[in-house]
Write a protein that binds this ligand. Sequence first.
Ligand code: MG
Length: 300
Amino acid sequence: MDRKTFLRTTVAGAAALVAAPGALVSCASPKEKKSSVPLRLSFQEGVTPGETLAEKLDFMEKLGIVGFEPGGKGLAGRVQEIREALQGRDIQVSAICAGFDGFILAEDPAVKAQFDTSMREIVRAAGELGSTGVIMVPVFNWQNPALPHTLETRDYLCQQMHDLGEFALSCGTTVILEPLNRKEAFYLRLVGDAAAICRDADSAGVKCMGDFWHMQEETSDYAAFMAAGPYLQHVHIASRGNRVMPGEDGDKDCYTDGFRALKELAYPHYVSFECGCRSDDRAATLTAAVSLLRKQWDEA
Ligand code: MG
């Protein structure tokens, strides 16, 4: 095809697309469905004000928060306590935040064994609690010695994640890879890369998540979530300047681009608060943050 013919063809193609915008809209953006996707908010245990678990859950219920994210440390010993506290409430356990010892890419077999044992104990408890999954980071920058950042290590990670994912499935839950920013975990920084590891691990029990704070690594929140698609199992949220409450960093705290993707994906899981609080009045700041997120969700 010479250049003239090529131009004629592409111009004709573009004109056809302009003439039939409906075809594009119905394929890429199911707008009617999008508006009915609910925003399912969750709080980490430490984010919520209250002295006791019951007080924390009372506070959450008043705000219409439907997910509760405890830490994984000691979770096996808390299953009964958490079950009883949630009884009769419209709140479920969302994800479990890490809490294991060791790490999966440890070079030292003893440290890897610590990970295997403690992670499986948390996964078992997560299954008993009906959790969506247990969050894990393959290796933080400060964890040494770690396996080198090579192709062989990635293959090893996928194989190890496969085994862990199958175990999680047998417990009725999943394991969720969390990409972090480069200052904390250079190994895994992008949501799309985590999703590719889920695909290559080849187990329905291996999932990934996005954390709006760490997603400063991404060039587009929307593209990051869309790339994760069905592998996306959890989302963390914080303010985007200082990792405090959404809204405490003013105009920086815009989540609509990411929310738009979550709505288009009909994302069925939780958006969970993992953040500090700058204000002395945590309850009022949380309440305002929830309103801000609901407003941006509606606008997305
Ligand atoms: Mg996080």
